[in-house]
Write a protein that binds this ligand. Structure first.
Ligand SMILES: [Zn+2]
Length: 146
């Protein structure tokens, strides 16, 4: 069950700064995401839509790719802000998988906030993606024969 929370103030402040940078001319549904890496640095991302809809990318992945571009590979917590929605949403399945790629375990905190941060919930990655995909299976034919 999600827990009603007030996310860290520095993440809220940073999210407010980037709302105007979301590029959502087709859906008019802006999203901002702020990742806190394991070193404590904050990395922003916004959704970036495209007239070829399938090329659109979510704010969460933009923020995570920003973190990786800057040389970090571990997420401590992530905030997702939906300024155009009363209710907070949750990251899509694709973003949850990308969050899991850079999360050491299932306890990564995911904050989700609706308009004006009036309503915020907190989930753990494990609550939203209990069985994450991980490429750690041994492919057939590569087992060492004894
Ligand atoms: Zn997404």
């Amino acid at each position: 069950m999600p827990t009603p929370v007030t996310p860290p103030a520095d993440m809220i402040e940073k999210a407010r700064l980037y709302v105007g940078n979301a590029y959502a001319p087709y859906s008019n549904f802006r999203v901002v995401s702020i990742v806190r890496s394991s070193t404590g640095k904050l990395y922003p991302g916004v959704n970036v839509e495209n007239s070829s809809y399938g090329l659109t990318i979510c704010a969460e992945r933009t923020a995570i790719f920003n973190m990786v571009t800057n040389g970090e590979k571990s997420i401590r917590e992530i905030l997702v802000y939906f300024p155009d929605s009363e209710k907070p949403g949750v990251p899509c399945g694709a973003c949850l998988q990308v969050i899991s790629e850079f999360s050491p375990d299932n306890t990564t905190r995911i904050y989700s906030c609706g308009s004006h941060f009036r309503s915020c919930l907190m989930y753990t990655l494990g609550e939203l993606l209990p069985y994450r995909f991980k490429l750690d299976l041994e492919p057939l034919g590569r087992r060492s024969e004894e």
